[in-house]
Design a protein around this ligand. Structure first.
Ligand SMILES: Nc1nc2c(ncn2[C@@H]2O[C@H](COP(=O)(O)OP(=O)(O)OP(=O)(O)O)[C@@H](O)[C@H]2O)c(=O)[nH]1
Ligand SMILES: [Mg+2]
Length: 311
């Protein structure tokens, strides 16, 4: 059982332990998260997402360093659904961001798919842990361009979508819905040719979007040298400032809360179906498979049976 005390004191080992608990999921994680109620909501969260190899980790390290220089406490959470590693060990942590680490940053990687509700729920829980631990900023790096990444990236307040010139990944990303969730665009590897064309392509795409209160800025970065990173940080801060207007931050937090509850609820229902209603489920699946019952009728019947159940 992890006591929240070490965690709340911001002690690194306590934080690491709490993240392991959350990554594993289950009752202990639930208990821990329950104990954090009322202690979250202060940290600023930023997601850095984009296709593999565009320079996210390098960018996160530069951003992290820039924030540390401003006396901010920064935690980086690298979420990699394709990674076989878990437990926050091995590759991710120590190797990827040496400068950020030696400057006092906190890095942790997560690869779980096992937790109830999947990766997005686990990532959101981890955000809460880092928030409660007193970090001013939590930077979430998510790898890839699939729906999983979109889900995970949607858990943060400010989403930075990183692209590079000439990978055709703008098209790929648009397909996966990544472009829609961007609050800021970073065109990285601006030291290479084609960055201007890439910026123009994104601006062109944004011009077609319906008018909105926030128009995502497009910034050029060279993560390896740090050039443009201050500009990216400024764009992030600008978006954070935008969230401070009206009820926007509160609304964003409510949307996140709603998604979390909905994900957990459907995961709990499915779990209960597979256990307490196993036979009814197997029968319904067989009937639908044989073409005797249509899937809508089967699903509704199962739900009716589920709702009649006494807890
Ligand atoms: N020329 C150039 N190379 C860069 C730049 N940023 C990152 N790189 C290089 O691109 C490669 C990938 O960088 P990472 O930061 O690991 O990219 P990533 O997006 O985190 O990669 P994954 O986590 O594997 O998806 C490394 O060799 C970096 O040194 C840049 O601005 N310019
Ligand atoms: Mg990376």
């Amino acid at each position: 059982m992890v006591e929240p005390s070490g965690l709340l004191a911001g002690d690194t080992r306590g934080v690491a332990k709490a993240l392991s608990v959350v990554e594993r999921g289950g009752r202990e994680a639930e208990e821990l998260l329950r104990g954090l109620r009322g202690r979250v909501g202060r940290a600023r969260s930023v997601g850095i997402t984009g296709a593999p190899g565009v320079g996210k980790s390098t960018l996160v390290q530069s951003l992290g360093l820039a924030l540390l220089k401003r006396e901010e406490r920064v935690a980086v959470l690298a979420v990699d659904p394709s990674s076989p590693y878990s437990g926050g060990a091995l590759l991710g942590d120590r190797v990827r961001m040496p400068d950020f680490l030696s400057a006092g940053g906190f890095v942790r990687s997560m690869a779980t798919r096992g937790a109830l509700g999947g990766l997005a729920v686990a990532a959101s829980d981890a955000l809460d842990v880092l928030d409660a631990a007193g970090f001013d900023w939590v930077v979430l790096e998510t790898v890839g361009v699939g729906q999983d990444e979109v889900d995970v990236a949607s858990e943060v307040e400010t989403v930075v979508v990183v692209t590079v010139a000439g990978m055709g990944d703008d098209v790929q990303a648009a397909k996966a819905g990544v472009m829609e969730i961007a609050d800021v665009f970073a065109v990285n590897k601006a030291d290479r040719s084609g960055a201007d064309a890439q910026v123009a392509a994104i601006e062109g795409m944004l011009a077609l979007a319906p008018p909105a209160d926030w128009r995502p800025p497009v910034v050029r970065t060279t993560a390896t040298t740090g050039e443009g990173v201050e500009g990216l940080l400024a764009a992030m801060l600008e978006h954070q400032h935008f969230l401070d207007g009206g009820q926007r931050r509160r609304e964003a937090h409510r949307r996140r809360a709603r998604r979390r509850v909905e994900r957990l609820l459907s995961a709990l229902i499915q779990e209960r179906m597979r256990t307490a209603h196993r036979e009814a489920l197997a029968l319904a699946l067989a009937e639908v498979g044989e073409g005797d019952v249509d899937p809508y009728t089967a699903a509704r019947r199962l739900l009716d049976g589920f709702c009649k159940e006494r807890p």
